[in-house]
Design a protein around this ligand. Structure first.
Ligand SMILES: [Zn+2]
Length: 204
């Protein structure tokens, strides 16, 4: 979808290991732009005024009948209401199984770690006055994260296939709060190194 600059409400570039969030009214769109390529963004949304209604990867996968979502597919909430429609996607390759990195996962994997996407998103919860313990692993969409499955059941992380300028665009189907973390996990989840992501809010 082509969007003229007239539609732009706000735009923010966010460095790796940092978070971002914002409010959207029904009909407004959010475009998540991978500025340099191969960068994962962990992404969640909750209903305005009710953080117990969160976007739900499990119900969304059931609704879409596929785990690699396409333009026109939807993201359902934990109450099976439609939260988002995918209105554009220049590189449809995202992980929809839920989950985010966190301090304990870093310590488990590498023996040390300060904080991950989970804690970054929980700080965004707090900025909006939400209890950070309401964070849900099943709510996390891993934008641009590549996971491959073998027929024999094994799975592996691979480098993201997104290139500079690729973006995912979502239209809010209810008034919502979105929150995100630009992932800082080491190779190869974010390619050779983590890089910044831009969040554009577009009018209805
Ligand atoms: Zn992460």
């Amino acid at each position: 979808m082509n969007t003229s600059s007239d539609d732009m409400i706000s735009s923010a570039t966010v460095q790796p290991h940092h978070g971002a969030s914002g409010l959207l009214k029904k009909g407004q769109r959010l475009r998540i732009v991978d500025l340099q390529g191969q960068q994962v963004t962990d992404f969640v949304a909750v209903a305005q005024g009710d953080p117990l209604e969160y976007q739900d990867m499990i119900y969304s996968n059931l609704e879409n009948a596929r785990y690699q979502w396409q333009i026109g597919d939807v993201i359902l909430s934990s109450r099976c209401n439609t939260m988002w429609t995918i209105t554009d996607d220049t590189r449809p390759n995202h992980y929809t199984g839920g989950g985010a990195c966190c301090r304990e996962a870093l310590v488990h994997a590498f023996g040390a770690g300060e904080y991950g996407c989970r804690e970054t998103i929980q700080r965004e919860y707090e900025k909006h006055g939400f209890d950070p313990n309401l964070y849900q692993q099943a709510s996390i969409l891993n934008i641009n994260m590549t996971v491959t499955y073998a027929p024999t059941g094994e799975w592996t992380f691979e480098e993201p296939i997104s290139t500079a300028g690729d973006y995912l665009e979502l239209r809010a189907e209810m008034d919502l709060v979105w929150m995100a973390s630009v992932c800082n996990w080491p190779e190869i989840v974010n390619g050779a190194k983590p890089t910044p992501v831009r969040f554009d809010t577009l009018d209805a």
